[in-house]
Write a protein that binds this ligand. Structure first.
Ligand code: FPP
Ligand code: ZN
Length: 394
């Protein structure tokens, strides 16, 4: 393995190095250094240590998390989803605490803010609704004020099909995705809400094939995921209501080609955009996008995609280079662990486990996720059935 990786590194020699090139070499060097060290169980997922880290985070966060004061539903979601992927859960008392906390983040006018008394925001609304799905009880689902949520979503809609993330906030595809994702779970999709969304998404594709956050922006993994996942949600909606596929003008093959080439051969993980560094969170943003694209091509082109990524390489990046002693995952070697990367590294590992070549037998496989929303399959099914029924009965 070490010899193979080293040859990839040497092919990269350059005469006039740029700053980007130098930081890239630094990452490559740190990976080769890890490869030279004797293995101390890094090839295995240290489930118990991760659980311990997550349970500890529920009790008390380090002071550095003060910067995430406006992201409290995100913290709940990252911890709950990571625990769920490890087939663990908070204690009953902790669950009650999380539920109360999320209720307090809900705005009287619909949607969830980043904390008590904070203005409702589409990203924290997505995180809160996903966290409630994972809690998975009628009491958790009943926290969501469906009618107010729908009216609030409509107030954020722009005529070009995009959504403002908050009343006076910016508009981009994150907003659009978060709005459609929560509406999809809660049975709130209507022709009014989805109008022009696919036209907006079609305008996001950059010359290289990736999607940017807004028209004319650079292709990026996070936004490409949001755009394509939103298109898949629209596609399901169109099929249910108009029995045909959603109109769009994305070049799907070009998007596939772009995303498959974001997996880096030496690191094994994904970069977010061309000429940038590997980062474990893209294991989900790019890996989840590939899962959705695979599903799409099977459905519409009636073929398995030829753009398969290496689950083994992604697993190597996550387990060997990003797993931290004492639990948790980091963005890349040299960075500290954090809850965001722990959640998305585990989500990426679940995706990687669905993309193994099958030559190596695995001791364990992480549970499958619903790649449209990034919650476990069965969490979505239960929550969507309950909420959609409730909406229908109102
Ligand atoms: C970094 O940009 C940006 C991220 C690490 C986040 C990208 C993720 C999204 C936009 C998805 C958001 C999804 C939801 C559901 C709200 P950078 O320029 O610092 O990093 P780079 O060098 O890797 O591009
Ligand atoms: Zn990251």
């Amino acid at each position: 393995m070490f010899r193979d990786l080293k040859s990839l590194y040497l092919q990269n020699e350059q005469t006039y190095p740029t700053e980007t090139y130098l930081v890239q070499r630094q990452v490559e060097r740190s990976i080769l250094k890890i490869e030279q060290e004797p293995l101390r169980g890094e090839d295995r997922l240290n489930k118990e240590e991760h659980k311990e880290y997550l349970h500890q985070s529920l009790k008390q966060l380090p002071t550095s998390y003060q910067a995430l004061d406006a992201s409290q539903p995100w913290l709940c979601y990252w911890i709950l989803h990571a625990l769920d992927l490890l087939e663990d859960e908070p204690t009953e008392e902790e669950k009650i605490g999380i539920l109360e906390h999320l209720s307090r983040c809900q705005s009287p006018n619909g949607g969830f803010g980043g904390g008590y008394g904070q203005v409702a925001h589409l990203a924290t609304t997505y995180a809160a609704v996903c966290a409630l799905c994972i809690l998975g009880t009628p009491e958790a689902f009943d926290v969501i004020h469906l009618d107010k949520l729908y009216m609030w979503l409509l107030t954020l809609k722009n005529s070009d099909g995009s959504f403002r993330v908050t009343e006076l906030g910016e508009s981009d595809v994150r907003g659009l995705y978060c709005a459609l994702a929560v509406a999809h779970i809660c049975g709130l999709l209507t022709s009014e809400l989805v109008e022009n969304c696919s036209t907006y998404i079609s305008r996001l594709q950059s010359f290289d094939g990736g999607l940017g956050g807004e028209p004319f922006n650079e292709g990026h993994g996070g936004y490409s995921y949001c755009g394509f996942a939103a298109l898949c949600i629209l596609d399901e909606y169109w099929q249910q209501t108009e029995s045909k596929c959603v109109p769009h003008s994305l070049d799907i093959k070009k998007l596939q080609f772009w995303v498959i080439n974001r997996q880096l051969p030496l690191e094994g993980g994904f970069q977010g955009r061309v000429n940038k560094l590997v980062d474990s969170c893209y294991s989900f943003w790019q890996g989840g996008l590939l899962t959705l694209l695979e599903f799409w091509t099977r459905k519409y082109q009636k073929r398995n995609t030829s753009f398969r990524f290496s689950g083994e390489d992604l697993e190597r990046y996550l387990l060997r280079y990003c797993q931290c002693r004492g639990g948790g995952f980091r963005d890349k070697p040299g960075k500290p662990r954090d809850l965001y990367h722990t959640c998305y590294a585990l989500s990426g590992l679940s995706v990687a486990h669905q993309n193994l070549s099958g030559t190596v037998t695995h001791q364990y496989l992480l549970p499958k996720i619903n790649a449209l929303l990034n919650v476990r399959m069965e969490r979505f099914e239960l929550a969507a059935t309950y909420l959609r029924n409730k909406k229908r009965m109102e």
